[in-house]
Design a binder for this molecule. Structure first.
Ligand SMILES: [Zn+2]
Length: 351
């Protein structure tokens, strides 16, 4: 009796063992010649295509709630690529690295704090966001574009003096966001100063003047150019010094591409790459993207929202902002040819 029961037990155990080794319905069997699955891709039932990173992101990035909803903390982890995370090399990656597009990573400490919670009220504000580029005299022989983008230090100072003497108050983009989302009051005649591209003359010429007038500017960095130590661009130590003195920094993308019509993967690389680089050097999560050359589309906005940016700045001309347009903020371009009277006229425009 005992012997027969023991044999039955052995048979049952054998059957269980065979069952455990037999692929369940839907599982695939790897043969020696089969390609090995990526270690980062979890098994999926047969018939359901494995989600590529871009498909997963597309799902994640489907439109969320109301247009005024700010990025939620839960959106951040899902935007991370599912490929094996790698730390960006500490060596300076040059612009030529862009072809390889290594997956960006965000350190665990990057868990973002949610932005100001919208209270549901529709608000608008007329706040000119001045857009500067070079703050220097254009070099001899400069072409029309360069001259147009260059405001001399003397003219720039006259702008700051005009703002101070005519009751303007320089505020931050965060201040504007807090007004649009929760009604936190703005001062009289608010104005915002922005500087695109992160040129070296911003540190040499604009920074001392901003300090002298106790004003804060937002500087938008092309982070790969800074990493590569490109001439004409600010260095990280200079940027860190400005940040410690209260100046603000945002992303102008990694390498200034056209952000229209790009894949989600590419946009994630641009959004998180710039973000983590600034965070690594300045210790905070940059919240604002100035779209390079003002180029963006709906997908650009979705990706930067999911990466927990709070808003985006365009090159569309205008000064009125609404709570549902925080990722399409208009600006006022300041040209090298503008006199103080031109600036005064633009600041007073109701547009
Ligand atoms: Zn630019």
């Amino acid at each position: 009796m005992t012997r027969r029961l023991g044999l039955g037990t052995v048979i049952i155990l054998f059957l269980l063992a065979v069952s455990a080794c037999t692929p369940a319905a839907g599982e695939s069997v790897l043969t020696p010649g089969s390609p090995q699955p990526s270690p980062s891709v979890s098994p999926v039932p047969t018939g359901t295509p494995a989600l590529s990173p871009s498909r997963a992101l597309t799902v994640t990035l489907s439109p969320t709630a109301s247009p005024t909803a700010l990025p939620t903390a839960t959106a951040s982890p899902t935007v991370l690529p599912t490929t094996t995370p790698t730390l960006r090399p500490t060596a300076t990656p040059g612009p030529t690295e862009t072809a390889t597009m290594p997956p960006p990573t965000v350190e665990p400490s990057a868990t973002p704090t949610p932005g100001p919670a919208p209270d549901g009220s529709a608000r608008s504000a007329r706040v000119p966001i001045l857009m500067y580029h070079y703050i220097s005299d254009p070099p001899a022989g400069a072409n029309a574009v360069r001259r147009d983008l260059s405001v001399s230090p003397a003219l720039f100072e006259s702008h700051l003096r005009y703002l101070r003497d005519h009751g303007y108050h320089v505020i931050t983009l965060d201040d504007l966001l807090r007004f649009l989302t929760s009604g936190q009051p703005l001062p009289e005649r608010p104005v915002i100063l922005t500087f695109d591209d992160g040129y070296l003359d911003n540190y040499i010429n604009a920074f001392p003047l901003l300090k002298r007038y106790s004003m804060v500017g937002h500087f938008f960095l092309i982070t790969d150019f800074v990493d590569a130590g490109q001439a004409d661009y600010m260095t990280w130590p200079q940027i860190e010094e400005m940040s410690a003195a209260g100046q603000r920094f945002g992303s102008h993308s990694r390498n200034h591409p056209d952000l229209r019509g790009q894949s989600v993967d590419y946009l994630v690389w641009q959004a998180l790459g710039g973000l983590e680089d600034i965070q690594k050097h300045l210790g905070y999560h940059p919240r604002w993207i100035a779209y390079p050359s003002g180029s963006y589309d709906k997908r650009t906005i979705q990706v930067f929202k999911s990466a927990n940016y709070w808003g985006g700045l365009t090159t569309v001309q205008g000064a009125t902002h609404t709570g549902d347009g925080i990722f399409e903020l208009s600006r006022v371009r300041v040209r090298g040819s503008y006199s103080i009277d031109d600036l005064a006229r633009l600041l007073a425009l109701d547009w």
